[in-house]
Design a binder for this molecule. Structure first.
Ligand SMILES: [Fe+2]
Length: 261
């Protein structure tokens, strides 16, 4: 596949220092210039100050310049101007995420956002949630972007790969020990993608997830796409998702903010 990974996620937050401190504790290495790094993927999270939390940028790695041209021409056919940026493509100790795995975007125009990633950039669809969600991949991971219908455009969560379920548990234990309010949902196993998960709330209100053992879809493998109805694709086991996971508490504030922008 010409696209091969998410290279970075830029999140705008109203409380920069507090949110950066949270992601240091989450296990990312603070490079001191707004960027934080994973173990294998390098500089993959950038925090910038804005009045209300929002997705600023998502960078996707490609193999070569021809891939950019193909994505640009597909986007052009969708009526979208393209200015692609050729981004480069233990049981003890603190948990350090290996890479940025996926980003989930809430959108008020589900069809257009899905078409942008799938038909424009060239992501492949792995599964759908009927009328609500599209799991899309640009690598062998089951999903790198999940587009979700929402009443406002906002970043739902970023997800960071750790080695195994033990690291998820240890990471959660450390993050929640003095800040139980960070807990959102976990520990469990998703149905779509089948990864183990644990979700936390960062100080800006954006969720961050530790995950491991996500489904892989090798390029030469035939993948049977499923369309899930309702919450069936959400989890195989674990506690039921709390209402605040499905409808983040700051939806009303975000909507008011987007109207005033
Ligand atoms: Fe996730």
């Amino acid at each position: 596949m010409a696209l091969h990974q998410l290279t970075s996620f830029t999140l705008g937050v109203p409380n920069l220092a507090e949110t950066a401190a949270y992601y240091r504790e989450f296990g990312l290495a603070d490079e001191g210039d707004g960027w934080l790094a994973t173990r294998d993927g390098g500089r993959q999270l950038r925090l910038v100050p804005v009045p209300a939390r929002r997705l600023i940028e998502l960078r996707i790695g490609v193999d070569d310049a021809d891939d950019l041209d193909r994505a640009a021409s597909r986007l052009h056919r969708l009526g979208i101007g393209a200015a692609a940026d050729p981004a480069a493509g233990t049981l003890t100790g603190p948990v350090i995420p290996r890479k940025l795995g996926h980003v989930v975007i809430g959108t008020t125009d589900f069809d257009a956002t899905t078409a942008f990633f799938r038909d424009g950039l060239g992501f492949q669809a792995s599964d759908y949630v009927k009328d609500v969600g599209a799991f899309l991949r640009c690598s062998v991971d089951h999903h790198n972007v999940l587009v979700l219908r929402a009443p406002v455009v906002f970043p739902r969560h970023s997800s960071w790969q750790v080695d195994d379920i033990d690291e998820i548990g240890r990471g959660a234990h450390a993050l929640l020990a003095e800040h139980p309010e960070r807990h959102v949902w976990g520990l469990g196993r998703h149905h779509a993608g089948s990864n183990f998960f644990y979700y936390f709330r960062d100080p800006s209100g954006t969720f961050s997830e530790y995950y491991s053992d996500v489904d892989c879809v090798p390029e030469d493998q035939i993948w049977t796409l499923e369309t899930f109805e309702g919450a069936r694709g959400l989890f195989s086991w674990g506690p039921p998702p709390p209402p605040s996971f499905l409808h983040p508490d700051d939806h009303a504030d975000l909507m008011a903010g987007s109207h005033s922008r």
